[in-house]
Design a protein around this ligand. Structure first.
Ligand SMILES: CC(C)(COP(=O)(O)OP(=O)(O)OC[C@H]1O[C@@H](n2cnc3c(N)ncnc32)[C@H](O)[C@@H]1OP(=O)(O)O)[C@@H](O)C(=O)NCCC(=O)NCCS
Length: 135
């Protein structure tokens, strides 16, 4: 379960040069998106979601891979994920993320621990483009 963000919050994030993201679309319909906050060499996945009817078709993996390709060599990416979110954990593990810690009772509604994961980009990348997202 992901937090429900207000549209205005998204809008403010996307106006900031610290945020960037990618959408996955097919025939001009958005099926999923990823939003990242990047400060210097550290990137953090703020949210990632795929429309329910399109889950399990590789969309989430493509969004993560696209982001990784845009990272520069030596950049790191972090995220938190609910302990019960098996689908997301599988996606992150198969995308090269490693568990580096836990945060007790990090989530509310329902209360749950978070697993913290890190991905270290060791290969040369293109460098991220901060304004790839369009509203
Ligand atoms: C998590 C989420 C983004 C995954 O996107 P997706 O497009 O369904 O994932 P993919 O089809 O690209 O699958 C990626 C991997 O996860 C696995 N996976 C996907 N759904 C799964 C499920 N329900 N149970 C177990 N594994 C699952 C796939 O088998 C695949 O593994 P592989 O690389 O070994 O083949 C999507 O389920 C979602 O939007 N969930 C709700 C929001 C959420 O939880 N976001 C993450 C917050 S941290």
């Amino acid at each position: 379960m992901t937090p429900s963000w207000e549209p205005l919050t998204f809008y403010e994030w996307l106006l900031s040069s610290f945020y960037y993201g990618f959408g996955a679309e097919n025939k001009k319909r958005l099926h999923g998106f990823i939003l990242i906050r990047a400060v210097d060499i550290d990137h953090e996945i703020i949210t990632l979601c795929v429309e329910e009817k399109h889950q399990g078709q590789g969309c989430g993996k493509i969004l993560v891979k696209t982001t990784q390709k845009k990272m520069k060599q030596g950049d790191a990416m972090f995220l938190e994920v609910r302990k019960s979110n098996v689908a997301a954990q599988r996606l992150y593990t198969t995308s090269g993320f490693k568990k580096i810690g836990e945060r007790k009772a990090y989530y509310t509604n329902p209360t749950e621990d978070a697993i913290i994961c890190q991905y270290q980009n060791l290969v040369a990348g293109a460098g991220f483009e901060p304004t790839t997202f369009r509203l």
